[in-house]
Write a protein that binds this ligand. Structure first.
Ligand SMILES: NC(=O)c1ccc[n+]([C@@H]2O[C@H](COP(=O)([O-])OP(=O)(O)OC[C@H]3O[C@@H](n4cnc5c(N)ncnc54)[C@H](O)[C@@H]3O)[C@@H](O)[C@H]2O)c1
Length: 442
């Protein structure tokens, strides 16, 4: 990619997954970026080249553009150099399920009166947040401050690629200079652009995540019916996914979705609807199906092992999905807690998420390889589909295990290979070997 020299400098407030990727991505496009965070240790580390998250390609991008990336804890640095201030602070769920906007509002409160600046909201916020912030600006005598909604759709694990090759860019604005400037910023990516009003842009983000979560809960329920009826959900999804009205993505049955976005955004949309007087029935089911799905592994283990008291259960993977160390709302959190409550001993290995997992999971013995997890285990549960687990020597695994149960929580392993090693393989929504009809040829 060419590196133009006259690109507009920008500010990015919040240097987490979204902020740092956005900053590095715009640096790649040629922009100088002032990155601001309240976390002094994070900013100090970034100044010294330490990347606080594990995200493929990010460290290289930050290193390549060190000259364009400026890190500071002082908002004034961004205000001095940039007109557009991207907001990428966290909006975690509150106890009620509503989005916690306290970080967003503290950024808003810190803005000075200005006719030269605009906030560009990347954080995922409820519909109406932009209108509220504009009202706050007016009440505080800062009506000149512009506001643009620019929701972020990157996926952890492929965030850098998603920034540079987005499916679309959504910009919600009031048709003023700030919206035009954000359109110009993204122009080099040549992505389909949806320029709309602020509320619609806010809703595009929430509705997109709610739809994807619905697709996952839908295929998980199909998987559960497959288990009752003897159909194989992998075959069913293959047949469904070739219909281009449906598409193959997000049709992988498993032990539920997690992560920092889907659970909180789906709940936030449900709450937003409820707060506005509308009961969003479908989303209630999507959430409930997902919670139950995380627990289905328990029944599978008990079917194979009987009581779990004193049983050694090994978890392969802990992160909410591969290629990230993000543990927020990971299915492994629920599973490890349920297993321990049932009296099992839990050991686990994740190629990158151990440090994050240690902050959130208690009572789990962390191992340094899948082979160590298998050694002496009564059962293994694949929780995260890290590629290295597909390459395991299952004969060696079988020889070192105390039991022979393998629950594939992501339908990721080669079932025949696992069974050929003498292990009892069970996936999600897939018939046991003895129930399967012989493969037919045309
Ligand atoms: N992570 C994702 O995959 C993803 C994808 C799309 C959208 N989003 C949304 O983007 C937003 C950020 O998510 P994230 O995962 O990057 O969060 P994160 O927790 O990784 O990062 C947030 C950062 O903001 C900083 N911060 C908090 N308050 C601040 C303040 N007042 N001033 C400056 N910095 C402050 C924190 O120290 C932290 O470094 C959320 O609204 C999230 O829903 C996330």
């Amino acid at each position: 990619m060419s590196h133009p020299t006259n690109r507009e400098p920008i500010g990015v407030i919040g240097t987490g997954y979204v902020g740092l990727v956005t900053a590095a991505g715009f640096a790649e496009l040629g922009n100088d970026v002032w990155c601001i965070d309240i976390d002094e240790a994070k900013i100090e580390g970034l100044k010294q080249g330490r990347i606080p998250i594990w995200e493929p390609g990010l460290a290289e991008l930050v290193e390549r553009h060190r000259g364009r990336l400026h890190f500071s804890t002082d908002l004034a640095d961004a205000l001095e150099h940039a007109r557009l201030l991207f907001v990428a602070v966290g909006t975690p769920p509150t106890y009620s399920g509503d989005a916690d906007l306290s970080a967003v509002h503290s950024v808003v409160a810190a803005m000075p009166a200005s006719d030269r600046h605009a906030l560009v909201m990347k954080s995922t916020v409820p519909v109406g947040t932009g209108a509220t912030i504009k009202r706050v600006f007016e009440e505080q005598g800062k009506a000149g401050f512009r506001y643009v909604s620019c929701p972020e759709f990157l996926k952890e694990g492929s965030a850098v690629k998603d920034f540079l090759q987005p499916d679309r860019v959504v910009i919600g604005d009031d048709g003023d200079w700030a919206g035009d400037a954000v359109v110009d910023l993204y122009a080099p990516l040549e992505a389909p652009l949806v320029r709309t009003d602020i509320k619609s842009a806010e809703m595009v983000k929430l509705a997109s995540n709610a739809f994807l979560a619905t697709k996952i809960s839908f295929i998980n329920e199909i998987a559960n019916v497959c288990e009752e009826t003897g159909a194989d959900v992998v075959e069913v999804a293959r047949g469904m996914g070739l219909d281009d009205r449906i598409g193959p993505k997000f049709l992988q049955a498993g032990i539920g979705f997690g992560g920092s976005c889907f659970p909180k955004d789906v709940t936030a949309l449900k709450q937003l609807a409820g707060n506005s007087g509308y009961h969003f029935q479908l989303l209630n089911s999507v959430i409930e199906v997902n919670e139950l799905q995380k627990r289905r592994v328990m029944a599978k283990l008990e079917k194979n092992l009987g009581s779990l008291v004193g049983k050694e259960i090994g978890l392969l993977g802990l992160a909410f999905k591969p290629n990230t160390d993000d543990m927020r709302e990971a299915s492994s959190l629920v599973l490890s807690a349920r297993l321990q409550a049932a009296g099992a001993r839990v050991r686990a290995y994740d190629p990158v998420a151990e440090d994050e997992a240690r902050k959130l999971i208690g009572g789990v013995e962390f191992k340094t390889s899948a082979a160590e997890v298998a050694d002496g285990a009564d059962a293994l549960v694949l929780v995260t589909e890290w590629p290295e687990f597909a390459e395991l020597d299952f004969s060696a695994v079988a020889a070192s295990m105390r039991g022979n149960t393998v629950i594939d929580g992501r339908n990721f392993l080669d079932a025949e290979k696992v069974r050929d090693a003498g292990l009892a393989y069970e996936g999600i929504g897939r018939p046991a070997l003895k129930d399967r009809e012989p493969a037919r040829t045309a």
